[in-house]
Design a protein around this ligand. Structure first.
Ligand code: ATP
Length: 937
């Protein structure tokens, strides 16, 4: 249901009103002209898709443009500005009034366009995660986009799936469905195929599963009875509102800051109005000064800058294979202190190869890697040979108790299904067994599929001699518990063998079998409770991902602890943890040990240990909570249905795009499209960059706004009022209109490019930001004051110097004033350009981060220079703004004074970095590197 295109599928009233739950399944199939074993044909499915429309719910996307525009306008500040502009016009200051209007309109428009585009981009990405369904078409099991399902399709449901449409069940094995989306009931409902009473409510229709609900356990086969808006969910919410909230803690914090600044500035403006009047300014003049102060000093652009920075972050993260589902994650990522990751597939390649076999009589090794079935078996210390009877039996069991398939495709071998199971098939083929023939010889009657919490899989087969047998495969401890060990090597010897192979980093599986009478028709959990004969062990390697090793190192450098949480054996986990550099000499802790720990010890162990083995999903939840209580910001990965609570609890829930279940994806904040640990680290790096860029924007916008305000305040409060031709003319370094000009062009051209700034070289070499660290840090405040004073001093000083110089050599007052004021404006513009370059990095000089690494900055500067040239040299601009053309020398002088910011900020940066080196932990209150060793139990 993943389209924003509004559609209204044609639903026949008959289809809607059918009480599908009250009909026997045969009647349902007949009414829908569906075949349970083959499904629909492709052509029939296409025809039905034409008729019923795609299986999507109408989606109302985000905020409407009009509402967004209104939000920009409906702001007390804008009203004040509009009212003042009108007043200025009424009082005869027409040009000034119009310029204020222009500033307001332009700012609103820019804010609107940028926020609208950012919102669209974020929405598009957050909805990028495709929804698929497994369906039978022409007798083939296919994965198709859920949007292409039609009534009559036969779908297969498995634990973790989102039910793709309303379906009537045809078969169910321990099927449980969580229907909270529909009924609000979060306890999963047990499903079966029996007919229910016609008047049963939605929650009681146990033979139906509804679109939008989630399978939490078991498997089932079902026929689609309604799609899109015809589903129950479609009916209750004809319009599914899934607006992406553009608010995050950071945008809220900044909105609050903006409000405070606005109120203070309005107060200061009022004071300035009073001062002007007291000093004998005309009313219109005073009003204009107060109004200009408000317009120039209030950072109207900030909210837009934040949204844009976040949107750019979302896009960059997507390019680095992390899809953001919830916007606040972008900023939380930047303060992550612990990443808890699954092992298989995330830290390792999930390319399993069986390398060792153990049977009660011998140990074997198998050569060759990957899924190509070429390799040799050899008994320990002997030349290659065929498997003996015991090894053969073990390999057959591994191949039969198996749902995967491995086939040649385009010159390579391709696996469908679970890589663990694929490896078992390949091992059997390497030993000369033909898997297809085995399946024919020992047809499967029933199966209990693998679930992580059971740690085993079982199948029931015909033995070809009139009897039946059950195969059990799974984690060695789990299988051994079900074996009669009175003959053969004994449990402890087998477990020692498991440890020996596991400590080489191998994932271990045990196989066992049990004969049952031919009358045994289906498999229940009681059937696999005991009485098995152990066939042996298979050990498979799954090498660590090369990039994960680097990513773990990067995390450590960035003050982020990495923890591996796996369902695998402790020894396997220990070996892989050591190869990845995660273990760091700590002790491996098992799920069983975690379960026994008391709450107060849990936090200590969770912090000190980095590898957790044989962990069940509920342990993950406890671990996240314990780490959070220690003050950590936790990112946690998960792929299964039962990982959802831990993903929700974590500060950043990370789901797997390829192997993850729909349930885990919906619970997550971000989804990795390549399931790769390195992508989490990339996202963290981007998160830090986004935050840095926000601070850079703040460090640019606030000081320049304050600087402009100071120039005006100093002028109104302290500069003389001259009496010329019988008129009072205030001497000001800049006319209000000129100040508004700076405000107008600088916001457009200069503030935005900082959001595109690339990563700082040390972005992953500093400690994580404290999540509660204030946005307006001491640094930003100090910088604001320093730069504002410098800017005010430079522009005002140069103005006074030029004015007295011109007047001194007999230039007419008006000409001297225009000349000096134009110089002041140009100085501020130059100052802003140099300061912008400076803001490109918070710590380093622009030369270290790469002078041209962010071309948007130069586009902005280029635009600004052009506008400023027009401001000085175009006659109509000179008329509007009372400017004068400057000579090359004068321009040089402005540039020189503007460039004064470079050495000053250079010294400031040097001083800060020296201080940071002396007090590396300052500003960071989290216990990061905690005691390495803690003992458990
Ligand atoms: P990780 O956390 O490293 O990603 P995991 O939690 O997914 O791994 P599981 O897949 O739950 O680990 O596997 C746990 C144990 O169950 C394995 O060590 C293995 O012994 C056993 N096992 C894994 N896959 C199967 C399977 N298909 N059939 C039977 N047993 C399996």
């Amino acid at each position: 249901m993943n389209s924003s295109k509004p559609v209204s599928p044609t639903v026949s009233p008959r289809q809607r009103e059918q009480p599908w739950h009250a009909l026997p399944s045969e009647a349902v199939l007949e009414a829908l002209q569906a075949r349970p074993d083959d499904g629909l044909s492709e052509s029939e499915a296409r025809a039905r898709l034409e008729r019923h429309g795609p299986n999507v719910l109408q989606r109302v996307s985000g905020e409407s443009p009009l509402k967004l525009l209104w939000r920009q306008i409906n702001n007390p500040l804008i009203w004040v500005l509009l009212a003042s502009a009108t007043l200025a016009i009424v009082l005869g200051k027409v040009t000034d009034g119009l310029i204020v209007l222009a500033v307001v309109v332009l700012n609103t428009l820019i804010g609107f366009v940028q926020e609208f585009r950012a919102g669209k981009a974020i929405e598009a990405l957050t909805q990028m995660v495709p929804e698929n369904a497994t369906v039978l078409r022409d007798g083939q099991k296919l994965t198709v986009p859920a949007a292409e399902l039609v009534p009559g399709d036969v779908v297969l449901l498995a634990s973790g799936d989102k039910v793709p449409a309303d379906v009537r069940l045809l078969a169910a094995r321990n099927l449980q469905v969580e229907e909270a989306a529909l009924t609000g009931e979060s306890v999963p409902a047990q499903k079966r195929v029996d007919t229910v009473a016609p008047n049963a409510g939605v929650g009681d229709r146990t033979n139906m599963a509804f679109g939008g609900t989630h399978v939490t356990y078991g498997t089932g086969t079902a026929v689609v009875v309604a799609t899109g808006s015809a589903t129950e969910l479609g009916r209750i919410s004809q319009l599914l509102r899934e607006a992406v909230d553009l608010q995050t803690p950071l945008t809220k914090a900044l909105a609050t800051i903006s409000r405070y600044i606005t109120v203070s500035i309005l107060v200061i403006s009022a004071v300035l109005l009073g001062v002007g009047l007291l000093r004998g300014y005309a009313v219109a003049e005073s009003l204009m000064a107060a109004l200009t102060l408000a317009v120039a000093a209030i950072p109207e652009g900030l909210p837009a800058i934040v949204t844009i920075a976040l949107a750019i972050g979302v896009q960059y993260m997507a390019a680095r294979r992390a899809i953001i589902r919830k916007l606040p994650a972008v900023e939380t990522l930047g303060s992550t202190t612990v990443i808890c990751s699954d092992k298989t597939g995330t830290l390792t390649r999930n390319e399993m190869t069986v390398q060792a076999l153990w049977t009660p009589t011998a140990t074997w090794s198998i050569s060759g890697v990957g899924y190509a079935p070429q390799g040799e078996l050899r008994r320990e210390g002997q030349p290659p040979s065929s498997p003996d009877e015991h090894a053969r039996e073990l390999l057959v069991a591994g191949a039969l108790c198996n749902d995967a398939s491995v086939r040649p495709k385009d010159g390579a071998w391709e696996l469908t299904g679970d890589p663990t199971e694929g490896a078992l098939l390949v091992a059997a083929e390497k030993a000369g067994l033909k898997v297809d023939e085995l399946h024919e010889r020992y047809p499967r009657v029933d199966a209990i599929p693998f679930e992580s919490e059971n740690q085993f899989m079982a199948t029931l087969h015909e033995d070809g001699r009139g009897g039946r047998f059950i195969l059990l495969k799974g984690a060695p401890e789990v299988v051994l518990r079900r074996c009669a060990m009175d003959e053969g090597p004994g449990t402890s010897k087998v477990l020692a063998e498991v440890e020996r192979l596991a400590s080489r980093g191998m994932r271990m599986l045990a196989m066992a079998s049990r004969s049952v009478p031919a009358s045994h028709a289906g498999l229940q959990f009681e059937d696999v409770a005991g009485g098995f004969r152990l066939l042996g062990l298979e050990g498979m390697i799954d090498p660590p991902r090369e990039e994960a090793i680097h990513a773990v190192k990067a995390c450590h450098a960035a003050g982020i602890t990495v923890k591996m949480i796996t369902g695998d054996h402790a020894k396997t986990a220990e070996a892989i943890g050591a190869q990845l550099g995660i273990l760091e000499g700590s002790q491996v802790v098992t799920g069983a040990q975690l379960a026994e720990l008391e709450e107060n010890r849990l936090g200590e162990v969770a912090t000190a240990s980095h590898v957790f083995a044989r962990v069940a999903p509920e342990h993950k939840l406890r671990l996240v909570r314990a780490l959070q209580q220690q003050g950590h910001v936790v990112a946690m990965t998960g792929d299964g249905v039962n990982d959802a609570p831990a993903l929700k609890q974590a500060n950043i829930g990370v789901a797997m795009g390829i192997t993850g279940t729909a349930v885990s994806k919906e619970a997550a904040d971000i989804i990795l499209t390549d399931d790769n640990f390195a992508s989490i680290v990339a996202a963290v790096e981007e998160g830090r960059r986004v935050y840095d860029n926000l601070i850079k924007s703040l460090a640019f916008v606030l000081p320049t706004n304050l600087g402009l305000a100071l120039i005006l305040i100093v002028g109104v409060a302290f500069f003389p009022i001259m009496r010329l031709d019988g008129e009072d003319v205030p001497l000001l370094a800049m006319l209000p209109t000129q100040l508004l000009w700076i405000n107008l062009v600088a916001t457009v051209a200069l503030a935005l490019p900082l959001a595109f700034e690339t990563r700082e070289p040390d972005v992953m070499r500093r400690l994580p930001r404290h999540p509660d660290a204030p946005v307006l840090s001491g640094f930003v405040l100090m910088r604001t004051l320093l730069v504002a004073l410098l800017m005010c001093a430079g522009a005002t000083g140069l103005f006074l110097w030029e004015y007295s110089f011109e007047v001194g050599r007999g230039t007419a007052h008006e000409v001297a004033l225009a000349q000096a004021q134009t110089m002041a404006v140009t100085t501020v513009i130059m100052f802003q350009i140099f300061y912008l370059l400076n803001c490109r990095s918070l710590q380093d000089s622009v030369f270290r981060i790469g002078l041209f690494s962010n071309p948007t900055v130069y586009a902005g500067i280029g635009l600004l220079v052009l506008l400023q040239l027009g401001f000085m040299y175009l006659p109509f601009m000179q008329r509007i703004f009372d400017t004068a053309p400057l000579s090359l020398q004068e321009l040089g002088l402005c540039a020189l004074v503007g460039a004064a910011v470079l050495p000053v900020i250079g010294v400031e940066k040097w001083w800060r970095s020296r201080r940071a080196r002396q007090h590396p932990q300052s500003g960071r209150r989290l216990p990061l590197r905690v005691p390495r060793r803690a003992t458990v139990g």
